[in-house]
Design a protein around this ligand. Structure first.
Ligand SMILES: [Zn+2]
Length: 106
C-alpha cells in the first residue's frame, strides 16, 4: 500500500446532528416503557441538514469516528499524555469479559 493512494480509500466523515424525534436519546417514551427510535435506527443521530438516516453499516463507522473524536476531546480536557499502555488495554480486556481474554490490542 502506497501512502499516496490511501486518501482514495479513506472513509467519508459525515456530519451528524441529534435526531429531532428522540432529541438524540436514541429512544422514545412509549406508553409504559422506552422504545427504540425508528427515525434514527436507535442511534440518536441523523445526517446534518438532510435528516437522513445512515445505513447501519455506515452508521457504525460514523459513530465510531464521532466517539473517537469525543474521546480525543475528553483526553485533551484531562490534560497531556494519558496512559495508553498496558494498563488501558487491561481495562478494555476486562470490559469484554469472557472470550475477550485473548485480546491483545493493536
Ligand atoms: Zn431518533
Amino acid at each position: 500500500m502506497q501512502k499516496g493512494q490511501v486518501h482514495g480509500f479513506k472513509r467519508e466523515r459525515i456530519e451528524l446532528e441529534p435526531c429531532s424525534i428522540c432529541t438524540g436519546k436514541a429512544v422514545v417514551m412509549g406508553l409504559f416503557y422506552e422504545l427504540v427510535c425508528t427515525e434514527c435506527s436507535g442511534s440518536g443521530w441523523v445526517v446534518l441538514g438532510s435528516r437522513l438516516v445512515l445505513s447501519l453499516d455506515d452508521l457504525v463507522t460514523q459513530l465510531s469516528f464521532k466517539l473517537q473524536q469525543a474521546e480525543r476531546e475528553i483526553a485533551a480536557l484531562k490534560g497531556p499524555t494519558k496512559v495508553v499502555g498496558p494498563q488501558r488495554q487491561y481495562k478494555i480486556s476486562n470490559r469484554l469479559g469472557a472470550g475477550g481474554t485473548n485480546y491483545t490490542g493493536d
